[in-house]
Write a protein that binds this ligand. Structure first.
Ligand code: SF4
Length: 333
């Protein structure tokens, strides 16, 4: 394949369709790192308000390093995958301790919570280094473009695709090239029904030439999802709602406030069902039912929280969704 023509067509397309996202208006590696960490599991449109609020409060690594963890979690609240926020703060502290922001791939990779993809993305976008950033979207595009039929979950296939990515990278504009491939994967080269007629690189695409674009990439391994049923109790008293806080330093979601489950409140009397919703965290799929009810006395360790406190404290996403069913909207934004 003529990699120069491939990159030229890809970049020309990207210039036309590039969305004006706030992290594309900065060359500050800290801000680019924040955006990349937020984008790891979340769509760009969802990230925008969180990104703005986060940087308003923590405009640089020093501000983030010095902040109490509860404030960091509060600004992250609603984005989910909170270990990302904790790692980001640890990374900021490392930057402050060493007195400089790492400016190469290896240095970035040594920051807590930064994997190969994020290190390559920041290195290429902020420092213009020729590092190919290969995430799930990019793997899919490359598997199709190169006609890769190996299992995308295997290390060997991945290594082949990473090599292909490095070969296709325009070394003069690696940041744009990486972002263009990600954009292509996010908007046209979709998992199902890729929009090949609009694709700027369709003439180079092996899968398209063979008519097998919907069959690639090949995925053999499946992670099992665990179904969990949960019933939450929403107890209100004089405009306050009953909550508990997850403890433990290292536990997932430590420091977050949750609505109690009915099992935690043996004396709870249900009055009505507010509704149900689903929520997925890693490989757990929760079916959550929310009951409104009463309770004579709150057990030890529980707290009545007023709306003003709820807006300030880090709440779990399940708690937010449950409160929304009762008409309390505490979304960040
Ligand atoms: S031609 Fe289709 S399958 Fe190939 S890269 Fe473009 S959108 Fe993806």
């Amino acid at each position: 394949m003529d990699s120069r023509s491939f990159a030229a067509r890809l970049l020309a397309w990207f210039r036309q369709v590039k969305r004006p996202l706030p992290w594309r208006e900065t060359g500050d590696p800290y801000r680019i790192l924040v955006s990349e960490i937020m984008l790891q599991q979340t769509r760009a449109q969802t990230v925008i308000p969180y990104y703005r609020r986060f940087l308003e409060r923590f405009p640089d690594a020093a501000a983030l390093a010095a902040a109490p963890e509860s404030e960091v979690l509060e600004r992250w609240s609603g984005l989910g995958y909170y270990s990302r926020a904790r790692n980001l703060q640890r990374a900021a502290r490392q930057v402050v301790e060493t007195g400089r922001f790492p400016a190469d791939f290896e240095g970035l990779l040594a920051l807590p919570g930064v994997g190969r993809y994020t290190a390559a993305a920041v290195a290429s976008i902020a420092f213009h280094l020729p590092c190919a950033a290969v995430d799930g979207n990019v793997l899919r595009v490359l598997a199709r473009v190169t006609g890769e039929r190996g299992d995308i979950g295997s290390g060997r296939t991945r290594a082949r695709l990473e090599e292909a990515a490095a070969g296709l990278l325009d070394r003069r504009r690696p940041g744009d090239c990486n972002q263009a491939l990600m954009e292509l994967g996010a908007t046209l080269c979709l998992p199902r029904r890729p929009r090949c007629l609009l694709c700027p690189v369709s003439r180079f695409c092996a899968a398209r030439a063979s008519g097998i674009e919907e069959q690639l990439p090949v995925k053999l391994r499946k992670t099992k999802t665990r179904e969990v049923e949960l019933t939450l109790a929403l107890v209100e008293r004089r405009g306050r709602v009953l909550f508990w806080r997850r403890d433990g330093d290292r536990a997932r979601m430590a420091g977050f406030w949750e609505l109690p489950s009915v099992e935690q409140l043996p004396a709870f009397t249900a009055l009505s069902e507010l509704g149900t919703f689903r929520h997925t965290i890693t490989n757990h799929r929760y079916s959550v039912r929310v009951l409104r009810g009463t309770l004579a006395r709150a057990p030890r360790g529980f707290r009545w929280l007023a709306p003003a406190e709820l807006a300030r404290l880090p709440l779990s996403t399940t708690a937010r969704k449950a409160l929304a069913l009762a008409g309390w909207n505490l979304q960040a934004g």
